[in-house]
Design a protein around this ligand. Sequence first.
Ligand SMILES: NC(=O)c1ccc[n+]([C@@H]2O[C@H](COP(=O)([O-])OP(=O)(O)OC[C@H]3O[C@@H](n4cnc5c(N)ncnc54)[C@H](OP(=O)(O)O)[C@@H]3O)[C@@H](O)[C@H]2O)c1
Length: 246
Amino acid sequence: MKSILVTGCNRGIGLEFIRQLIALNKPPQHVLATVRQPEKAKDLQELARSNKSIRILKIDLKDLESYKGFSKEVEGIVGEDGLNVLVNNAGISSKFSRLQYVKAEQLEEHFLVNTIAPAMLTKALLPLIKAAATRSTSTPGASKGVVVNMSSILGSISSNTTGGLYPYRASKSALNAFTRSLSLEVKDDGIIALSLHPGWVKTDMGGPKAPLSAEESVSKILTTLASLEEKHNGQFIQYDGQEIPW
Ligand SMILES: NC(=O)c1ccc[n+]([C@@H]2O[C@H](COP(=O)([O-])OP(=O)(O)OC[C@H]3O[C@@H](n4cnc5c(N)ncnc54)[C@H](OP(=O)(O)O)[C@@H]3O)[C@@H](O)[C@H]2O)c1
């Protein structure tokens, strides 16, 4: 893979992604890391200081109007080679609550960040992903074109036996539905689109009781990413490549 763009890289899984990408045996030429406030992303800045392949890009994913300009900025970096991998990682989560406490604004915010933003960012960057896929002679996989939508097992409708978490669950289920339609649309371009559950991970979102560290989760995700093939298009998988129920 020549280029990869990951959203939400100032902390958590996104930051760990960047850390491990630059440490790969064959690191990508362009590692594009988006954050809302570059000046506050100290750990990421530190990584970028010692690694010139990292480009820190500023975007607030709620600002849908900025996506057109953002895609031009990405194009200016990756050029004709296009973008191989897009990881829609940034997300927000709500606390467990019963329906009587759920507010419309909460649902709106979750759908905006967890569903609409990844969908519209993919739309904005798809021409670059298609360009990369067209230029590559590889079989479908990370060296060609991949869209990873960071979903959650909590977005699995059939695994939902405990309820609650309405805004988060509904927004991730909707993201899964988007993934599936996208996978069918990009199939003939040799692009793989999938939903990925990173596991329950110790981050600000996952909390301290989570069984997986960000290091373990991302290390397995990168192994999974490297082994993707055509059959993975349209799948819902977890960090270690295991398929999980929609
Ligand atoms: N941790 C888990 O156990 C777990 C489990 C299943 C799925 N996931 C999914 O994995 C992904 C990463 O989770 P995480 O645990 O790393 O979460 P996290 O530590 O809470 O980090 C979330 C990231 O998303 C960014 N973000 C949120 N709203 C944004 C916006 N409007 N514009 C741009 N960036 C925004 C945050 O940036 P700011 O600092 O600027 O807010 C931050 O970088 C999420 O999609 C999450 O749903 C996590």
